[in-house]
Ligand binder design. Sequence first.
Ligand code: ADP
Ligand code: GLC
Length: 481
Amino acid sequence: MPAMKVLHVAAEVFPLIKTGGLADVVAALPVALAEQGADVRLLLPGYPMVLDAVQGVRTVIDIGACFGALRVRLLLARMPGTGLQVYVIDAPYLYRRSGGPYQAQDGEEWADNLQRFALLGWVAAHLAGGEVDSQWAPQIVHAHDWHAAMACAYVAEHPSRTAATVFTVHNLAFQGLFPMTDWNLLGLSSRWMSPQGLEYHGQLSFMKAGLQCADKVTTVSPSYAREIATHDYGCGLDGVIRGRGADVVGILNGIDEALWNPATDPAIATRYDAERLAGKRECRRALQAELGLALDDDALLITVVSRLSAQKGLDLVLAALPELLRDGRVQLAVQGTGEPALEAAFRMAQAAQPGRVQVRIGYDESRAHRLIAGADAIAVPSRFEPCGLTQLYGLRYGTLPIVRHVGGLADTVTDGVTGFAFDAATPAAFERAVQRALDTRGCGDGAWARMVGAAMAAHFGWDGPASGYMGLYQGALARRG
Ligand code: ADP
Ligand code: GLC
């Protein structure tokens, strides 16, 4: 049987361009699918960092003028490292600019995001229609988050539709909303211009294009799949999710176990594994020295590596901090960027007690590895968390997660066995979870070491999730006939 042809469509991929876990997933999942026999390619916008990094570039087709850009070309290249084939849309007017993938340096959304991400979906649909590359056309178009969601609408509209579409929600809170007056820029039939289509309370929603038009909708953990069907977590779209019934499934993310491996990690001070934990203690001391924390062997060193946003619940950490620091048994090492108020509050916490709290505002991949290797625990107190990857990195590095019992955190951390979970989104509940970690570490009966062993033995690779997606693709294709 010929290999199933699958196109992954996304706005970011590690290590070329990354704002969060989406990039990690888009880098690793296609490779895992290829290992299971699929013929997988990626489709990305041609941001400068993508054009600079990809290898062996050739032009597939000159598309010409569309979506307000005079010159659009589709390139085919290889990803550095994995060699995965990647289509890149070179549209200088839309993508070749400095700043982030969604926002300018000052945090303002790009004014032409509708055109930038409609083009991404439109090219995907034309690839699936077989009009773009005479050598290759996907049977499955797998779109990630709102940025790629229009692929599902354009495939549904395509006159010679054969491909099946899968839409993965990584975060329902980011929806890609635009003024309804921009509708005519999309070139879609007006049958989608209603609440049963893309309209969301008088606005135009790319997220809804994915949720309504895809053959199958997935999200990145079973718990989050259940949660987004409820009013509390549905971000106004719970009715749409419920309407899709059994077409919405949760498939837990994996992690790249080669990249995140304390036994081989080139970024950390000393490599270690579950049998050689002395290395972890050395990583801990090296981290304290690197950051300027007091060289204290007894403190519970907690790290946070995170976007600083309301989602992540880090205000709970800040509110609990004075109490946690009171008797000198806790140290905190934070790395993150995001909301200015949270950045400022963490900076102030460092200024008050630099020996106990160190904060690095910024993004540093290599330091993230050292923080996770060197800390005793990693705090992920999210208000909601579709999957979460840093708690999985923590487990692999024997750094026990202290997590809120929600979404993917609830699906990956077993309270009292591989980490510490708490329910209420309150500083007091977080504080009690930290207290339990302190008690476990201090009790001297080997309980902490047993938990570290259990955490390091828990595997969250991509094999299982990739099999899950393969089954889903087969089901979606069978239904297409
Ligand atoms: P989200 O995608 O919601 O931000 P995840 O836990 O899924 O959360 O993924 C976050 C990813 O981004 C992880 O790979 C994490 O290590 C990384 N990350 C987040 N903030 C930083 C930072 N300041 N420096 C380095 N890596 C970071
Ligand atoms: C999103 C979610 C996060 C998830 C990641 C990758 O950014 O916030 O929970 O791990 O996507 O799926």
